[in-house]
Structure formats: C-alpha cells, structure tokens
Design a protein around this ligand. Structure first.
Ligand code: FAD
Length: 322
C-alpha cells in the first residue's frame, strides 16, 4: 500500500469519523478526502484507485456503522459538495453541467421547469426545504430523513409510499474508470433500499418534481415530520432503521420492527448501544457506544429473530469493518 500527502482536493490524514455520522460511532480514517465539486470528486476517486488503496464514500453518515480503530485506505466524503440549482433557461444546455453561469435558484417559473439540479453532498433536509420553498412536490414524505443526496440515491432511501428514485430524472456518476456517466431513470431498476450502483459513485442528479402550491407542500411536510417524530427517536444518535423489512411472505407480513418488538428487543443493551423503546428497529447510542457494542447488538438481534421466527434479518445499515 502506498500513501501520499498530495491529493487533488482537500485532504486530512488520520481523520476522526464519529462526528461525521449520526450514530456518533467510529474510529479514524487513514485518509479523508473532501472534494468540493464533481470534477474534484472524479479526480479524487481516480487518485485513490491509481494508488490501489481501499476506497469508501461517505455522505451524511446517516446509514453507516463505522468500526473502532483505524480504517485503512481512503474515505472520500461529499460533505463539501453542497449545491442546489435550478436548470438554466437555455434548452440545449446540460443542466448537470453546473459550471454554467445560468444556474441559479431565482430565475423563471417552476411551472415551466419543475426540476432541481443537486450535487451529491446536498443535505436531504436542505433539499426538502428548497423544494418546499419553491412549491415543488415529490419529496414531502422525505421530511426528517437525514443524509445527503448521494447517499439517498445510492440507498434508494424511502418509506411508506415513497422512494428517492421517484423524483430522479437522471443521475451523474463516476464510473470505475474515473469517467462521468449519466444514467436515466428509465434505464435503471433501483431496488428496495438499494439502487444497485455497485462501484458507481454519485456526483449529482437532476430531480423532477410536480408544481404544487407552497402552502400545500409546507402543510404536507409538517404532517409527515410530526408523524415521523411520533414513532422514531429522531433526536437521539442512531443510524435509522438497522434492518431492512424482510420478504412479507417469510415474515407473515410483519416489518423488521414488528418482529423485533415481538421478540422483546426493546431495551436490549450492549455497552452504550441500546434498542429504542420507541421503535424496535432503531439502535441508539446513549453516549459512549463503540462499534463493537453496535456490531454485537446487531448480531444478537439477528439471532433473536432467527430463533423465534426463523427469519434472517438483513442489515439496512452499512457495516464498515476495519
Ligand atoms: C433518525 C433517522 C431517520 C431515518 N429515516 C429514514 C427513512 O425514513 N428512510 C430511509 O430510507 N432512511 C432513513 N434513514 C437512513 C438515512 O437517512 C438514509 O439511508 C440516507 O439516505 C443516508 O444518506 P447518507 O448520505 O447519510 O449516506 P451514508 O450513511 O453516508 O452512506 C450510506 C451508503 O451510501 C453510500 N454512499 C454515500 N454517498 C454516496 C455517493 N455519492 N455515491 C455512491 N454511494 C454513496 C455509502 O458508501 C454507504 O454505502 C434515517 C436515519 C436516521 C438517523
């Protein structure tokens, strides 16, 4: 393995990671790269691959559990790639070419072009607010979901009656060879909580909404936020739902949360990691949890549900082991 202090974007050696996740667990990255735009992202990914280093991409850290200790290789974070635009008024310009001077948030009527161009590091709550303030409907049900556009697209974040890819018109990715590639929604079949992107890294997306009176979008956002707050411990440190919902045929229609609840998972604890009393599929860090606690508790829950119901729960959260 080689390492170098010269990277094509901002970089940090031996970078602490816990603060970059919503669970607040994790050790340090050998290298953390922070590209500020799609071109820097592409250059950073190419540099990592040319050096033969292990590569991981981190968005908002809202769906990962990062191991204790030092993670070898490089983590590329999209944290500095926070930009939302409305496409420029010139029809034959490519809206994803965000270097265009025509891109801004102010011109034109959203009824004429109800799209937003969003870079990978844009926070999902900021995207939700921007759509609301412009009177663009499509992501109201995403209210309260943390993370970033790139992570949301890669995970195909979603919930009852919505998924991220419902509003995707096109995404721009960096492929394994370090080339930009565009993927149209029509040519892609994202799955439940998995867009099947493999090695493709999301640089940005064009999202298509439906114009709707701002007051209605706002009211819907408020309603979904209230409903989410009532059933999930959104103000505590967690990584969202730990497990995917299993195939309803195998679980007799029960969600992962229901299976865990019926198996008395609530309140189970390992060190500082505890299963929420509010939602059995939420693992919460009470302050001093380690990744070891979290991994151990996840395995314990899997055994619990397998023994009781014969159902193998698959983690939704990504487990980054060192
Ligand atoms: C309180 C709470 C509530 C939540 N509610 C929901 C919910 O209702 N529905 C839901 O689906 N999720 C929910 N989540 C989980 C989380 O918000 C989503 O999965 C979100 O999409 C994760 O985005 P992220 O940017 O944080 O991804 P990260 O956690 O940073 O990464 C997740 C995965 O995506 C990959 N990734 C990140 N960025 C990119 C990129 N640019 N290109 C390619 N791959 C990338 C990472 O490598 C990793 O494999 C919740 C989480 C919390 C803490």
């Amino acid at each position: 393995m080689t390492s170098s202090t010269s990277w094509p974007c901002a970089s940090l050696a031996d970078a602490p990671l816990a603060e970059r996740t919503t669970l607040r667990v994790g050790g340090r990255a050998q290298w953390l790269l922070e590209p500020a735009n799609p071109d820097e992202l592409r250059a950073a990914l190419t540099a990592v691959r040319e050096r033969g280093l292990a590569l991981r991409v981190l968005g908002g850290g809202a769906n990962v559990v990062i191991d204790d200790g030092v993670l070898p290789g490089v983590i590329v974070t999209t944290d500095r790639m926070r930009r939302i635009f409305r496409p420029g008024p010139i029809a034959d310009e490519d809206p994803l070419d965000a270097a265009l001077p025509n891109h801004s948030m102010v011109h034109g009527d959203v009824a004429d072009d109800p799209r937003l161009v969003v870079w990978a590091g844009t926070s999902l709550p900021a995207l939700c607010r921007a759509a609301r303030d412009l009177g663009l409907s499509g992501l109201e049900k995403m209210a309260g979901v943390p993370g970033q556009l790139g992570g949301g697209v890669a995970m195909n974040a979603g919930g009852k009656g919505w998924q991220m890819w419902d509003v995707v018109e096109r995404i721009r990715v960096v492929d394994e060879r370090g080339e930009f590639r565009d993927i149209d929604r029509a040519e892609w079949q994202p799955e439940y909580r998995n867009a099947r992107l493999g090695e493709l890294i999301v640089a940005g997306a064009v999202l298509r909404f439906t114009p709707r009176p701002k007051a209605e979008v706002q009211a819907a956002v408020r309603e979904y936020l209230k409903a989410k707050n009532a059933v999930q411990p959104v103000h505590l440190w967690s990584a969202g739902c730990v497990f995917k919902n299993p195939d309803p045929e195998r679980s007799a229609g029960r969600t992962a949360g229901q299976l865990l609840d019926q198996a008395s998972a609530k309140g189970r604890r390992r060190g500082g990691a505890v299963i929420s009393d509010l939602h059995a599929n939420f693992l919460v860090n009470t302050g001093d949890a380690t990744a070891r606690d979290v991994f151990g508790l996840i395995e314990e829950l899997q055994s619990l549900v397998a023994d009781r119901f014969g159902v193998a729960l698959e983690p939704e959260v990504k487990l980054w082991r060192g």
